[in-house]
Design a protein around this ligand. Structure first.
Ligand SMILES: [Zn+2]
Length: 408
């Protein structure tokens, strides 16, 4: 379970939610994930995440496995994470579609001889037609990206030693989803190049907007997700990839309409799953501050009002992963009159609640830069109201996420 935390104050509250779920017999490992982009925006350092994780584990006496994830790194950004992370998300999305030497393409196609014709993947009821042309197309899309993954992996292996870290390969930040057949050959390429991927993040069908529910065809997602799970199971045996290899769902928080689907499928095949969340915890901080009232409610209102005034600037880096209807954003004057409850209800993700406003929620999601600029004025409020804020963070992860993801 990826539990990113923008300002590194909610580690204990996040871990409390996981401890609670594990008491039901589950074995969930917390993974504190933070990308280079987030570190830049909030002026934090990779070592801060390690400190937060170790401290939370010590406070609660947590004895399970836990990890610190260098999220979305590449060869240019990985170095500062090497010492303190033990989970690396190799982002190779920008290499998809880059040209590879003709000899590499030929060698790949030649190595796939046994899959030509009708590829039958156990559990998938329709055989997949594999032609040489299809293999050339797939090589054109993914050979360079998987080569890049192997270069980052080699760098890490050299620095940290084999087996001392988890390898995730991510291709999610692109327009076009990867199909299950793409995934099968991507896994073959990774195995061929010696990348022992333990989690893989494809781009799934549908929209995974930040902090709000999934938008798309749930039935189509269900079919694709199930086929991906079966492809992974087959690829593990076929290519000798790590047996724990699992799907990773990025921007995975708040996707309530597909949680039951994923829960059912991983249960059906007894598989694992990695879900990354981050922004959802930052939103709970703002909810907690609103509920605390007084100057804390004023700060929550300031964050919204300031973000509203700088909407274009704050939304620009997230243009592909948010959908805000401007006409449904409340004005600064309106929000100024809100009570604690009204503000919290507008922001809290309770689908169907009359006050819930996904537009306001998405704007505040990208507004963490405002809180970052407030500096200690913001973090002092987090410290002062740690109890109410922590209760919101824990409730959100346990009640709204883990319960739905694992049928608790
Ligand atoms: Zn991602």
């Amino acid at each position: 379970m990826g539990i990113g935390d923008r300002f590194s104050h909610q580690g204990v509250a996040q871990l409390r939610a996981i401890v609670k779920a594990n008491k039901t017999g589950l074995d969930i490992s917390p993974v504190w994930n933070k990308s280079n982009r987030e570190h830049i925006y909030v002026h934090s350092h990779p070592a801060d995440v390690r400190k937060e994780a170790d401290a939370a584990v010590a406070v609660l006496g947590f004895t399970g496995k836990y990890f610190v994830d260098a999220d979305h790194i590449n060869l240019g950004t990985v170095a500062p994470f090497v010492e303190t992370a033990d989970f690396f998300t190799l982002d190779v999305a920008s290499f998809i579609g880059k040209e590879s030497p003709e000899a590499d393409v030929k060698a790949f196609v030649a190595s796939c001889g046994k899959y030509l014709g009708k590829l039958a993947i156990p559990g998938i009821d329709h055989p997949i037609a594999v032609t040489e042309d299809l293999l050339i197309v797939i090589a054109g899309k993914f050979l360079a990206a998987t080569k890049q993954a192997s270069e980052i992996y080699s760098f890490l292996k050299e620095k940290k030693g084999t087996g001392n870290f988890i390898t995730e390969v991510s291709m999610d930040e692109v327009e076009t989803p990867q199909t299950p057949v793409d995934l099968f050959f991507i896994l073959k390429m990774l195995a061929d190049k010696g990348v022992p991927a333990q989690t893989i993040a494809p781009k799934f069908t549908g929209r995974f907007n930040k902090g709000v529910d999934y938008t798309g065809n749930v039935d189509q997602f269900a079919k694709e997700f199930e086929e991906d799970v079966l492809v992974i199971d087959y690829a593990v045996k076929e290519f000798g990839l790590p047996v724990e290899l699992k799907l990773s769902v990025h921007s995975g928080s708040d996707k309530f309409s597909i949680y039951p689907v994923m829960a059912e499928i991983i249960k059906k095949y007894d598989k694992g799953l990695h879900v990354k969340t981050a922004g959802t915890t930052w939103l709970e901080e703002v909810i907690g501050l609103a509920l605390a009232g007084g100057e804390a409610l004023d700060a929550a209102k300031f964050i919204y009002t300031n973000a509203l005034g700088r909407k274009d600037e704050l939304c620009a880096p997230y243009a592909d992963v948010i959908d805000i209807d401007d006409s449904k954003l409340p004005s600064a004057e309106e929000v100024a009159s809100w009570t604690s409850e009204k503000f919290a209800n507008a922001l809290r993700h309770i689908p169907g609640h009359p006050d819930y406003n996904p537009n306001l929620r998405q704007l505040i999601h990208v507004g963490y830069k405002v809180a970052s600029e407030m500096g200690t004025a913001y973090t002092d409020l987090l410290k002062k109201h740690a109890e109410v804020v922590g209760a919101c963070v824990e409730e959100n992860i346990y009640e709204r996420h883990l319960k739905r993801l694992f049928n608790l």
